[in-house]
Write a protein that binds this ligand. Structure first.
Ligand SMILES: [Zn+2]
Length: 122
């Protein structure tokens, strides 16, 4: 399960080599949780520094996504140092990483491979 869908592509600003990231390449974590008038705004963040496969220059990626209100896309922000963004992920907030809240009793029943919601929507 992953917060993101599709492909995130960047280009090295030094040599122009393209690099693709799929949802399994990235690891978004809950970075912020703020109470707002319509509910909770949750910020997810992924940071990574890679080396260009071609010229070995460092490329720094800082990717933030905000969910607000719950289940809805609010905004995203991508900062790339040494590279250029070509395409961005799509988002699936029902697959987002769990927020650490006080409902620890329910987490015992988490099934990783079985997602009931997937069946209902088909
Ligand atoms: Zn390069």
């Amino acid at each position: 399960m992953s917060l993101v869908t599709g492909v995130f592509s960047i280009e090295c600003s030094n040599c122009g080599t393209k690099r693709d990231f799929t949802p399994s390449d990235v690891d978004f974590e809950v970075a912020s949780s703020t109470e707002e008038p319509m509910g909770t705004q949750t910020g997810y963040q992924w940071e990574e520094t890679i080396e260009c496969e071609e010229c070995e220059k460092e490329i720094g990626i800082e990717y933030s996504v905000y969910e607000y209100p719950e289940g809805a896309f609010d905004m995203d922000e991508v900062k790339i140092k040494g590279g250029k963004e070509l395409s961005r992920f799509g988002y699936e907030f029902h697959d987002a990483p769990e927020r650490d809240e006080d409902d620890s009793d329910e987490s015992d029943f988490d099934s990783e491979d079985f997602d009931e919601e997937d069946f209902k929507t088909k």
